[in-house]
Unconditional design. Structure first.
Length: 115
């Protein structure tokens, strides 16, 4: 089982990034997927969630209207489009897959928002 995040980097405030999470080793289309993030000295927090078929999404209040979660079950990949980035969005972003008692995590990708 693997979840591999990519697309992180350094961006100026107001900029955009698109994160990807490539899944393998399990039946991706069965799993609800989420993006979490963890800033230095803070607990990991849920950023966005999408159901297995992509029919429902939820967002943390802090990112509503700026971030968009999506998935392509044919490509076994989940995305996070991040617009209007703020310095407080700086964190390591992790993808998570969950189905019943099964849950998997990626290794994370660093996002830094700074001028």
């Amino acid at each position: 089982v693997q979840l591999v995040e990519s697309g992180g980097g350094l961006v100026q405030p107001g900029g955009s990034l698109r994160l990807s999470c490539a899944a393998s080793g399990f039946t991706f289309r069965w799993y609800d997927m989420s993006w979490y993030r963890q800033a230095p000295g803070k607990e990991r927090e849920l950023v966005a969630h999408i159901t297995s078929a992509g029919g429902s999404t939820n967002y943390a209040d802090s990112v509503k209207g700026r971030f968009t979660i999506s998935r392509d079950n044919a490509k076994n990949t989940m995305y996070l489009q991040m617009d209007s980035l703020k310095p407080e969005d700086t964190a390591v972003y992790y993808c998570n897959a969950i189905w019943g008692r099964n849950t998997y995590w990626g290794q994370g990708t660093q996002v830094t928002v700074s001028s």
